[in-house]
Design a protein around this ligand. Structure first.
Ligand code: SDX
Length: 433
């Protein structure tokens, strides 16, 4: 990884020069190692929003923003979406290679047998008001898991780490479904070990004690595919939050809870719910120009939700797959003429021909279409980001494990450019104006 070449930086005020080593990448840009920058030159580097900053090295996920390319462990997302399954990709992310049949069966069995929640946890949900946002419940309940699993909390023990990872991946659907059941005032449904990962989630969300629930295979498959697309995405805001929390040695459940909290924001994972609200607010294609004007107006906080991305300056490959899926799923579920989908297509068409969006390379991202599929599956809008969190838990735990198992892992502690008051002495109140 340590290439032979370096970058020279000259301070044109003092003439001082330093050579900074360049770390080579296997894909994409190399990185200038600025670890010694402050010590050698006396300056901090400054990059709010981390536009040009690599916070770590990772072998999990690679994005090419210009090409609109996404790979998990080197496999293109298009191939995994078409040929793999969520559980198989989860194995790939945790262990680095695609499993053989025996490995996949064993892993699937491990996850299945961790899906139950401690019975004491059931009362946690009742402590929330009925109209609590499910993401608020997720943050609270996931954070509380560390109170239950003392046998997987020694983060220095690889066995504990992998058990905690299995538990997180397995229990997220159970916690999510229980959050949903609380919001609709229905009894919680236990996991069913005979069902698939997404079939189990649908059953726990929508089954009721008084009648049989039939899992729609179209919905089960669509959810599995959407979950694959959401598993990981390099060092996005929530993943960086998980890594930073983990760098202090916090337990994995607390780290995942911090990731859920960060994901909730409308600029991040909360965008899928915000897209549907936006489409409902726009209501009709003839209103689109008005909303595009608002999106361009710097004085108007309105953003075209589901558009734009820090890395993708091309079509988000996940959005392309979900958009295609929308047609298929809506047709199979009988919603092919969903006015919201028609409006989304029209909005995309108009925005992508508008100079403002073209110049800024603003394309639909993963959140633009995902909500339409969730809606067609009968999932309420306030559960959309919860769906995102379930899938992203695989990425979060994989990134956390990669970070915590680093040989020279250190606490993350950025510096700042201080622009506050210079030193001054305390003034007695009687002397103040
Ligand atoms: C996710 O990081 C990840 O990988 C995230 C994610 C993942 O899988 O983890 O991909 C998931 O979070 C997808 C993004 C979901 N969020 C949204 O859809 C919310 C709407 N999008 C914007 O808020 C914005 O595009 C961000 C937050 C996604 C990206 O913000 P950046 O990189 O800081 O870009 P920016 O705000 O600096 O925008 C650059 C320009 C600005 O205009 P100028 O100042 O140059 O004139 O583009 C404009 C912005 O005003 N712009 C938009 C816009 N997004 C950017 N204008 C209108 N509508 C938008 N959606």
């Amino acid at each position: 990884m340590n290439g032979k070449h370096s970058v020279t930086v000259t301070d044109n005020r003092t003439g001082r020069q330093i050579d900074l080593p360049v770390k080579d990448a296997t894909e994409g840009p190399a990185a200038v190692d600025i670890g010694g920058f402050f010590k050698q030159l006396g300056y901090f580097t400054y990059d709010p929003g981390f536009v040009s900053t690599a916070s770590c090295h990772s072998s999990l996920t690679y994005l090419d923003g210009e090409q609109g390319m996404l790979m998990y462990r080197g496999y293109p997302i298009e191939q995994l979406a078409e040929k793999s399954s969520f559980i198989e990709v989860a194995y790939l992310m945790l262990y680095g290679e695609l499993p053989n049949t025996a490995q996949l069966d064993e892993f699937s069995g491990i996850i299945t047998h961790h899906t139950m929640l401690n019975e004491a946890l059931k009362s946690f949900f009742r402590g929330f008001y009925h109209d609590a946002h499910p993401m608020a419940i997720m943050v609270g309940v996931v954070g509380s898991l560390s109170a239950f699993y003392h046998d997987s909390s020694d983060i220095t023990n690889p066995r504990h780490r992998i058990i905690a990872a299995h538990r997180m991946i397995a229990k997220m659907p159970s916690i999510a479904a229980a959050s949903y059941k609380h919001s609709v005032g229905e009894p919680q449904v236990y996991p069913d070990n005979s069902l698939s990962y997404t079939g189990n989630l649908l059953n726990m969300m929508f089954a009721v004690p008084c009648e049989a629930y039939r899992i729609d295979p179209v919905a089960e498959k669509a959810l599995d595919l959407i979950f694959i697309l959401h598993i990981d995405h390099e060092q996005n805001a929530s993943t960086s939050t998980v890594r930073l929390a983990g760098s202090s040695g916090a337990n994995p459940f607390a780290c995942i809870a911090s990731g859920i909290a960060a994901l909730w924001g409308p600029a991040h994972g909360g965008a899928n719910e915000a897209v549907l609200s936006m489409l409902e607010e726009i209501g009709d294609a003839k209103e689109i120009p008005k909303y595009l004007a608002r999106a361009k107006d710097k004085d108007d906080p309105f953003r075209l939700m589901g558009f734009g991305h820090r890395v993708y300056k091309n079509y988000d490959p996940r959005a392309r797959i979900i958009r295609k899926m929308c047609h298929e799923v809506l047709a199979k579920l009988g919603d092919e003429n969903d006015p919201m989908f028609e409006l989304a297509l029209r909005l995309e068409e108009i925005a992508l021909s508008d100079d403002y969006f073209i110049e800024r390379k603003l394309y639909p991202n993963v959140d633009f279409y995902s909500g339409l599929i969730y809606k067609a599956l009968g999932i309420p809008a306030n559960m959309f980001t919860v769906m995102f969190a379930i899938a992203r838990t695989v990425g979060w735990v994989a990134q956390w494990m990669e970070m915590i198992s680093e040989k020279n892992q250190r606490i993350g502690r950025p510096r700042q450019l201080y622009v506050g008051p210079t030193r001054r002495d305390y003034m007695p109140i009687e002397e103040r104006r």
